[in-house]
Design a protein around this ligand. Structure first.
Ligand code: FE2
Length: 262
């Protein structure tokens, strides 16, 4: 197997890479797979592409997610649904895609279709493979033993807002374990989901997540992507967590998800 050239990573911990002058379509499936194995996410700057071409390109990696929230494979996220958080313009804490949609999403692509007079709204993505080393063992053990529970609030989700859904705490991929959790909202903030850990009261729960937050949001591990029209962010959804700042202005992001075939 050939190995990819070393690139300057986006985080001091060595994850993430960015290409300015080479578009996604120029890369073979094998190159992208190797790059994602090594760097976990790739930003392509000003990579104008049609949604059909992007969908076709991604289909070589597995099956693209289709459901009645999407137009074919594409979910357009443009802040238009003000009454909701995710389809509105609210903050999204760190999470993985698919956990509340019943999908095992392996890879996610976000493409910036439209961007006009936007303030804030960066997407952030973090290197949980290395950040976990900053998390005390007792917290890792707690997550390993109990996992956590999440309940959807936005009507967008395909899971029921009457029920808590369990997550395992860690997910094993390629012989390593990766955090498999969704982060909580600050108390009182308009939320897309609720979170809990069985047996912990609210104060204990927030103490755990304060520690986790300090580790994974540290600039050593966390990359913030400032969007421009035509940018593509491609990431391994199993080995990273991502979130979104609240934003103002007119922008549209197209989200396409790939489930890897076993
Ligand atoms: Fe997401």
């Amino acid at each position: 197997m050939k190995t990819v050239a070393p690139y300057k990573p986006l985080t001091p911990s060595g994850k993430g890479i960015s290409f300015e002058n080479r578009p996604l379509e120029d890369f073979s499936k094998e190159e992208i797979t190797e790059l994602l194995n090594k760097y976990h996410w790739i930003a392509f700057k000003k990579n104008e592409i049609s949604l059909d071409d992007l969908t076709n390109y991604l289909e070589q990696f597995g099956s693209v997610v289709k459901n009645d929230r999407r137009d074919g494979a594409v979910l357009k996220v443009d802040g238009g649904k003000k009454e909701e958080v995710f389809l509105g313009n609210g903050f999204l804490p760190l999470h993985k895609d698919g956990l509340l949609m019943g999908n095992n999403v392996g890879m996610v692509s976000i493409f910036c279709m439209e961007y006009n007079e936007v303030s804030d709204g960066r997407t952030f993505i973090t290197d949980i493979e290395n950040a976990i080393n900053e998390v005390p063992n007792e917290i890792q053990d707690l997550l390993r033993a109990k996992g956590m529970d999440v309940k959807p609030l936005d009507a967008y989700y395909l899971t029921s807002s009457d029920k808590w859904y369990h997550m395992s705490g860690f997910l094993e991929v390629d012989g390593k374990e990766y955090l498999n959790i969704g982060f909580p909202y600050k108390r009182g903030e308009k939320s897309s989901w609720l979170t809990q850990i069985e047996g912990l009261n609210e104060d204990e729960f927030y103490e755990v997540f304060d520690v986790l937050d300090k580790a994974v949001m540290d600039p050593k591990y966390c990359y913030f992507h400032d969007w421009e029209k035509g940018d593509i962010l491609l990431f391994d959804n199993r080995k990273t967590l991502h979130g979104r700042e609240a934003f103002k202005g007119q922008r549209a992001l197209a989200n396409i998800q790939v489930v890897f075939e076993k």
